[in-house]
Write a protein of this length. Structure first.
Ligand SMILES: Cc1cc2nc3c(=O)[nH]c(=O)nc-3n(C[C@H](O)[C@H](O)[C@H](O)COP(=O)(O)OP(=O)(O)OC[C@H]3O[C@@H](n4cnc5c(N)ncnc54)[C@H](O)[C@@H]3O)c2cc1C
Length: 454
């Protein structure tokens, strides 16, 4: 796969050059092999090598490093786990919701520290995060979540009233916001590739354009088949995220769901001043099918979310959805009326890994020689980095505070087989849509009403 082939996968991939490395050319025998070159695989490899410098570790990536969600996401380094804090509490109980939030805080801080310590080149900014209320019902929902967080003893989240939030960002839609200064934003493709360039000199082998087609467990070693060669390994890590269902043992643990993004041309000074987003926070709203948006280093607006595309059988080519792209372009003009005629440069999508209860799952698969980590849904930028440390501890068979976390080695609720899987996913998303419509303040204005010609 050449640079020209994968570069259209996201705007981020155009922000720097990357020359993919060689595919695996001969059989190898390693201590640990990691399938998947996204943040999970990269972080796990780094933390393993740091803990055990003599270990021979290889990453096998079917396309190029960062090809999956890691090179295409919104770049929010944030604390959200699962859908919301209160839904996590409903599913797992209050103390586990608190534990999950603490894990996420640790994940956000870890990523920021790694970026600084290792000088990872990713345009990292630390502007904090706003969850904005765009109707009275969402305001109630956010206030309830903040009250619940405080009751659990969680700190670092506060409510900003309407006047305060509009001093930060000028949108007529905002009625107040959840404010969380801990969070950051970054360029995810740059981060992925900077990771690759950081860990290779440590002795970690990376083979790109090397899809794993089969995994066979032997008594001594596990054998992985790739198109040309075999890899023999003592231990193996599945870091395949939304592609995990291609492996029979992981098939029922998650399903892929696509989220989409559009991005504007850079704002000019006048446009930038008009929307007054001088502190550059990452922003989400409080819908089930959230909007997430932010400024890039060169002052474009990235707008993502609003709806999702579902998988059809094993087809992983669902990146483009014109209806969602058009909706997102209109959303920019609705949230920021001075930008209603702004031009857009790119639109893309990517698959996230969704367990049926929308909470991550990490653990052993069968025996302690096989570890997997998946299910970060749309909030894996921070989480995958800390999961890399958790994976390290599982591979090294160490019991630590990370391996004791409740979602490690948890029993997952299986997705049913097709065609029920598709129908279940459709029903869940359908319910989310209905609730969002009830919560949205008013009917969305049409492109014509917004004065957009195409
Ligand atoms: C559009 C979008 C926006 C998002 N926005 C945010 C955000 O702002 N903040 C946030 O926290 N999270 C966000 N996420 C989620 C986040 O990007 C992911 O949770 C995270 O990147 C997952 O990392 P990963 O390494 O587990 O998986 P991936 O990055 O998906 O990596 C999996 C890799 O495995 C490879 N692979 C699969 N099968 C094989 C095989 N058989 N052999 C070899 N290699 C294989 C794939 O090619 C891929 O590179 C977003 C996701 C998307 C798609």
């Amino acid at each position: 796969m050449s640079y020209e082939e994968f570069q259209p996968k996201s705007y981020w991939m155009k922000t720097r050059q990357y020359a993919p490395g060689e595919a695996l050319q001969e059989d190898i025998d390693v201590d640990v092999v990691i399938i998947g070159g996204g943040f999970t695989g990269l972080s796990a490899a780094y933390h393993l090598k740091k803990a055990e410098p003599t270990m021979r570790i290889a990453i096998l990536e079917s396309k190029v490093i960062g090809y999956g969600a890691s090179g295409r996401n919104g770049g929010f380094n944030m604390t959200l786990f699962g859908l919301t804090l209160s839904i996590t509490a409903l599913r797992f109980g209050k103390s586990k919701a608190k534990e999950a939030h603490h894990y996420m805080e640790r994940a956000v801080d870890l990523l920021q520290d790694l970026v600084r310590e290792l000088n990872l080149d990713c345009d990292y900014e630390h502007p904090g995060f706003l969850r904005v209320a765009t109707s009275e019902k969402y305001k109630k929902r956010i206030l309830h979540e903040i009250e619940f967080a405080h009751k659990l003893g969680l700190e670092g989240i506060e409510w900003l009233e309407k006047d305060r939030i509009r001093e930060e960002v000028k949108s007529p839609m905002y009625l107040g916001a959840w404010w969380e200064p801990r969070c950051g934003i970054l360029n995810p493709a740059k981060l992925s590739w900077s990771w690759a360039e950081t860990i290779q000199p440590m002795g970690i082998e990376i083979y790109e354009r090397t899809p794993v087609t089969e995994v066979t467990k032997g008594l001594q070693k596990i054998t992985l088949s790739t198109p040309k060669c075999k890899v023999h390994a003592s231990k193996i890590v599945f870091a395949t995220n939304a592609w995990s269902h291609f492996f029979p043992k992981l098939k029922s643990k998650q399903t892929p769901v696509w989220t989409h993004i559009v991005i504007t041309e850079p704002l000019n000074e006048e446009q930038y001043q008009e929307i007054g987003w001088q502190n550059r926070q990452g922003i989400e709203d409080a819908r089930n099918l959230v909007h997430y948006y932010r400024l890039t280093a060169d002052n474009r607006i990235l707008m993502g979310g609003r709806d999702v595309s579902l998988s059809k059988g094993y087809n992983m080519d669902r990146d483009h959805n014109e209806k969602i792209f058009e909706g997102l372009r209109n959303d920019v003009g609705e949230i920021f009326p001075p930008l209603k005629n702004i031009k857009f440069s790119d639109a893309w999508g990517g698959p996230v890994s969704v367990p049926i209860d929308m909470a991550p799952a990490i653990g052993y698969l069968g025996d302690k020689r096989v570890v997997y980590s998946l299910g970060c849904v749309g909030h894996g930028v921070s989480l995958t980095h800390l999961n890399g440390q958790t994976v390290r501890d599982l591979v090294l068979e160490r019991q630590t505070d990370l391996t004791d976390v409740f979602f490690v080695n948890r029993t997952t609720i299986p997705w049913p087989p097709e065609p029920l899987r598709g129908l279940t996913a459709k029903a869940i998303v359908g319910y989310m849509h209905i609730e969002d419509r009830l919560y949205d303040a008013k009917k969305k204005r049409s492109p014509k009403q917004l004065g957009r010609s195409s």
